[in-house]
Design a protein around this ligand. Structure first.
Ligand code: HEM
Length: 401
């Protein structure tokens, strides 16, 4: 935690509780009268902890630790009355919360302990100071503000520490998931390569045909491994899109060449040559469309129909006063496959989420990241048992003047 920022927050909170300029003086005016009561207040503080075994379990060093803690609390109390309430003061208050998190002390024990101490201190102020009732009241209000601020800073330390822990945990979990995904994806092709290499090294009477078959197998499996690594590195460093006008029909045809549709799937292409150009990085958008085509084909292992359709979105806005060209065009990919369950549909574009037995779960997350960088949109609708439609929404390229 940055000390400067912490102090800034403290000052803001001081304003919130109404801490005013006269408050430090009010606290200072009673400190010598209250100071002699500190030891008994501290004794009471620890006696109460010892009476509560669940609270006392954090005191693992017995009486010696309690004696040491009493000294720390004496410093804490003295600082409370002496001030100054500067950056160093606030950092020390924050440290109390951090230390408590480290030893596993729940925040509510600090709260009740503080509440107990507050009552004792107020009692001492009213008994040991000779000022008027009104002045005493003002002093008690100042003390309450000071203690509330202390508790807020301690709680803030708890919160910051827990958030940091949660983030560390989350990062570890993600790292574990990615590592497991990569291991899973690479193990199969590597095993296949290993068995083919073993065959090639040990087969005494291998025919030319067999040798070629195994070499081709190795080549295929290396290609699969390379694909996994490419997907990962693409995700890690996606370059800024190199935007240019794209002819939608050409773009769809080229993407289909690189991502051929299996023979048992009927392909329907609905794209009029007269459509306006859209703007984007063709190479990156090919990754998106390629992913959608491959997913659609995977959803129809027993065959079906794949429809690629370029069209003006429903309810689209006119781009200018002189013509009716919409600002955006949609490219939809529809399959007649198994569909996606509603609970999976919500998560389908999250990184590392996959409904397939194979796959890292990066394809659609990458597709969405690319569409976001194009100020475009990727949406999905699905009917389990009937099929799925993914729609890429692309911006129409600006006409040159
Ligand atoms: C108003 C409430 C409390 C205040 C102001 C307070 C204050 C402190 C301070 C100043 C420290 C030393 C922090 C450092 O290392 O810089 C500390 C540590 C500690 N506190 Fe508290 N505390 C409070 C409540 C409690 C309670 C209720 C318990 C036990 C149930 C407790 C147990 C401990 C323990 C075990 C340590 C670690 C001591 C060590 O390092 O050996 N505290 N506390």
């Amino acid at each position: 935690m940055d000390p400067g920022q912490l102090f800034q927050l403290y000052q803001e909170l001081q304003g919130y509780v109404g801490w005013d300029e006269a408050d430090p003086g009010r606290i200072a005016a009673v400190r010598e009268a209250v100071r002699p009561a500190f030891p008994s207040i501290i004794d009471d503080f620890y006696a109460e902890i010892v009476r509560h075994p669940t609270a006392a379990r954090v005191i693992t060093g017995g009486d010696r630790q309690i004696e040491r803690l009493k000294k720390t609390l004496l410093t804490w109390l003295s600082d409370l009355f002496d001030g100054p309430y500067d950056e160093a003061f606030v950092v020390k208050r924050f440290r109390v919360g951090q230390r408590h998190v480290e030893i596993g002390l729940e925040a509510f024990y600090t709260q009740v302990a503080l509440s107990r101490m507050r009552i004792k201190l107020i009692d001492e102020i009213s008994q040991r100071t000779a000022s008027s009732e009104l002045e005493q009241l003002a002093t008690v209000v100042a003390l309450n503000r000071l203690l509330d601020l202390d508790m807020t800073i301690i709680e803030y330390a708890y919160q910051a520490e827990f958030t940091a822990r949660e983030q560390r945990q989350e990062r570890l979990l993600t790292l574990g998931k990615v590592a497991a995904g990569i291991a899973h994806e690479l193990r199969n092709p590597l095993n296949a390569v290993k068995t083919s290499v073993y065959y090639l090294l040990n087969a005494r009477t291998a025919t030319e045909e067999k040798i070629r078959e195994h070499l081709e197998r190795i080549d295929r499996q290396v290609g699969i491994s390379d694909g996994v690594i490419t997907a990962l590195s693409r995700f890690a460093k996606l370059p800024v899109p190199n935007v240019a006008p794209i002819n939608l029909c050409d773009f769809v045809r080229k993407t289909l060449e690189v991502n051929p549709v299996p023979k048992n799937i009927e392909l329907e292409l609905d794209c009029q040559e007269t459509l306006p150009h859209v703007s984007g990085d063709a190479e990156q958008l090919q990754i998106v469309l390629g992913n959608l085509i491959r997913n659609a084909c995977d959803a129809m292992p027993d065959g079906g129909r794949l429809t690629l359709r370029a069209h003006a979105p429903a309810g689209s806005t006119a781009g200018g006063e002189t013509d009716q060209t919409p600002d955006r065009f949609a490219l939809s990919v529809t399959d007649t496959g198994c569909g996606i369950r509603p609970e999976d549909l919500k998560r389908i574009m999250e990184p590392l989420f996959s409904t397939k037995t194979r796959g890292l779960g990066l394809g659609l997350a990458l597709a969405r990241a690319i569409m976001d960088r194009h100020q475009g949109e990727l949406s999905v609708s699905s009917l389990p048992g009937h099929g799925t439609t993914f729609t890429m929404m692309l911006n129409v390229a600006q006409k040159s003047a």
